[in-house]
Design a protein around this ligand. Sequence first.
Ligand code: NAI
Length: 436
Amino acid sequence: MDLQDLSPAAFCDLLAREGIERFYLVWDADAGRVRASHPLVEPLARRFEQDHRDFDRHEGVFVRRAPESGVLQAVFLHRTCRGQGAGGVRFWRYDTVEEFLQDGLRLAKGMTLKNALAGLWWGGGKGVIARETGRAEDPAARRLVYQEYGELLTGLRGAYVTAEDVGTSSEDMAAVFTRTRFITCIPPVLGGSGSPSIHTARGVVRGMEAALAHLGRGGLAGKTVTIQGLGHVGGLLTGFLREHGVARVIGTDADPARCAALRARQPDGDGFTLTVRATELGDNAILAEPADIVAPCATGGVLSPETIPTLQAPIVCGAANNQLLDSERDDLLLAQRGIVYLPDFLVNRMGIVNCADEQYGSLAEDPRIEAHLGDTWENSIYNLSLAVLAEARAKGEPPGRVAVRLAEERSFELHPLWGHRGAIIIRSLVANGWAG
Ligand code: NAI
């Protein structure tokens, strides 16, 4: 069986048998190939070289089987021209090593685009932890998993700065913080800014308003919005939409407890109704509900040739990362159906903006945050969304393509003070035998 077809647990067993605790796959620009730290993982390097889309010359992928918990943990550094790779750490179940790696690659690439488009001096990075590879379910075991993750980041000497992502909580962040300083989104009691989801949800609202304005459909008042995923962002988004006069929200979540909690927080009344449905993981029926806007706020890859023909809403605007199963094909499919799609990396930037700002101290009402959410700065979510949609219309291109082009351009700008330091750190890690 090929290495990438193994389950993460079987892969961990193999690493243990071979005595490998850590390995890396790094892009050697001079040789034009991926260098692997160990012969065992050479097939993964060759696999990366063939996969131009997701791999896209990632500067480095660093993987570890955590010594005590036995959990598979990885850091993906896509492009660090603008600064350290920054993005959240995902704690998720994967069936195969291929899925684990592909998720990390796609997410890190998305962070390159998001950070560049938001004007942050950060590069693209992402962390992934394979949930089922160790004993991570009870609180003490889980704390250990995140502490060991913190050790991994310390060992990477700041090339990557982590934050919260799907499956990870503020408590987990506090556990990471016991072992590394390369972290944001830590709880306020430890000097951080806490959960970023409030700002993320507010940013998604601004994207929705821009899409409505672009189509000449007025504001949010009286509209119907469907939301897939009523977690941190989806739950808060429901409340903000209500405040903006939305008449009806229809939401689903795979976790019945989250449905019930939101139902309790948002009773019907004052011209607002909420319908919540518990659903199965992977059930995308909510996307096909009649609505003014559909907001994917669960996991990625939900917009595909299977789901796009079923959409009834004229606008797609949500928080989930990598909503398009295939970023080029599905962006085009949506445009061909006349559906306005606002790229996730444009409208869900506020989580990482909050993390980036945290390093410079926090304010109760931070003008730096409000600039992203307002109407005056040309790079705010609202104004940039309008600009991207206008350019897409003028050139007859899908908005995703326009946004990617702009983000790519910006992602190669070098940090004004620190140059391409992330790449220098990666070279130094390799030269100093990071993988043992
Ligand atoms: P979360 O983990 O709190 O919520 C996700 C929810 O989606 C969970 O309740 C889960 O049960 C549900 N879910 C999963 N598959 C589903 C399905 N098929 N149907 C219905 N529900 C399903 O995550 P969070 O923080 O709310 O993030 C949501 C999305 O937004 C993720 O893709 C995340 O990467 C992205 N994002 C979040 C940011 C933040 O500030 N929290 C920032 C930027 C992006």
